[in-house]
Design a protein around this ligand. Sequence first.
Ligand code: ADP
Length: 559
Amino acid sequence: MKDALRILHLEANPSDVDEAVAALAAEGIACEFLRVETRADFVAALEQSGFDLIFAEYSLPNFDAPSALAIAIEKSPDTPFILVSGTVGEQTAVELLKKGATDYVVKHRLFKLPIVIRRAFREAAERSERRRAEEKAEQNLQRIRALHEIENAIAAALDLSDVLRLLLEKIELFSPFPVVATVRLLNRESGEVEPLVCRNLDEAEWRINKKRTPSGRAKRICETKASLVVRNIQTDPQTFNQEVYRQCGLVSFLGVPLIAKGHSMGVLSVYTKMEHEFCQEEIEFLYTLADQAAIAIHNAQLYDGMARANRVKDEFLGVMSHELRTPLIVLLGYIGLLKDGMMGEVNKQQENALEKLLGCAVDEINVINTIMLTTQIEARTITREYRSLELSDLLDHLRSTYKVQTDKKDVKLTWSYPTAPARITTDGEKLKQILHNLINNALKFTDKGTVAVTVRAIAASKVDQGSELSSLDSYDASKQRMWVEFRVTDTGIGISKETHRFIFDKFYQVDSSQTRAYGGVGLGLYIVKKFTDLLGGQIELESESGKGSTFAVTIPSQS
Ligand code: ADP
């Protein structure tokens, strides 16, 4: 207990206060009493200075304990309030305890006062300990939530500066007052630590100031990979431009390094506007945030690097494909001339050899074309060219390109499509490419049986009534568009259900082993999916291993 307790005593009778003083003194408890007897004096005393205890008589000529208790709870909730009264009944005292009084002592038993106040202090200490623990738990919870929020932002690959801004916002969770926070990035070429984002600062001004002053402290943090605390940055002799900090009102500084894979990438700094001693807990929380910031920056740099590498790769593939394609086309031309006897007679054996050469060259060109197309898709340079066309013309043409190839196999290619006029507005070349890829795959992965191509046009009104196309959520009834469904069904090797979700991925092949039985590069279905999307359509796959496959593409006629 303290040397002399300060007690505010609501009491009309001065001799009763003397008796209380004596009762406490008898137990060696020194105290200073302030006696008040009106509401105004009671309020003024509470507002003026802190008391360790409040004693209150139940009723006074112009005031009473219940009213005093209500005021005390509002103005000084942690100060024990003890009813010290002579005329109060048990029931009344209990009522007051229920309202928040700490205890009560009847005046003719004042010898109990020391026990009561010791108990009151003990309980108050326990209460405040509990409250501190609760506040701590709540603060920890808030920090964990904040870290999750930041993690989610990083995982969602949000823009780097958005992630960092969110992170700086969370720094205030460790500080009872607003802080200024910045993230600066180490420029490996110049060695300078350059501004990236800031909070509670004029960003433009900050950038200009940082350009003018060398980043001495930040550099040191990067070099040593250790945090740095400066109690007063305005007066610290190592501050290059103290005036800037004075103008911004920044006083104490804490900077921690941003480290990813063992390398310093920059600095996360916090400044306070009053002198502040950063405790271990604050430094640790800032380190945790710095780890998150480093991950976000590292990811963003990785992503940038990958995007750059991808661009280079795409450009390379584009150029290479072009360079490979040109001589192949010349080769094809000469093989054709030779085979057709335009350059002298060829015997049967030579013709067979030329036939094989031709087949290989065509395959090669197809692969190159596929790669070129993929490069264009990746570079987003593919455009749609909608034209109105007769559906049966498109299919007749497509069908004619399969006349020769299928004769070689034990596979029958069948076609079923409406011959009645049906005009459709779409990009015919893209549509043909989709169907080519699907039919080629069906033929490739079917050794025996049939490959059936079926096409049906669906009038908008039918789509309206019918149930089979109800999944077409892009269908716009108000525009009354026509939809066309193309199905390519084969009796081939089928595709196991587990692989359906990868089947349209770039370079995916169910069997990608070196010893696989079927050729290809795994780009055909990728192109099919991209082009179907481009035409505003949908694709569905029905297939099981060993039970054949059906790919159904449904596209709208554009209005
Ligand atoms: P690929 O050049 O390998 O044919 P695709 O992108 O066209 O590349 O097809 C990817 C993979 O999907 C193929 O390697 C094959 O495993 C599987 N696939 C595609 N179509 C069929 C089909 N009709 N029947 C069985 N498997 C198929």
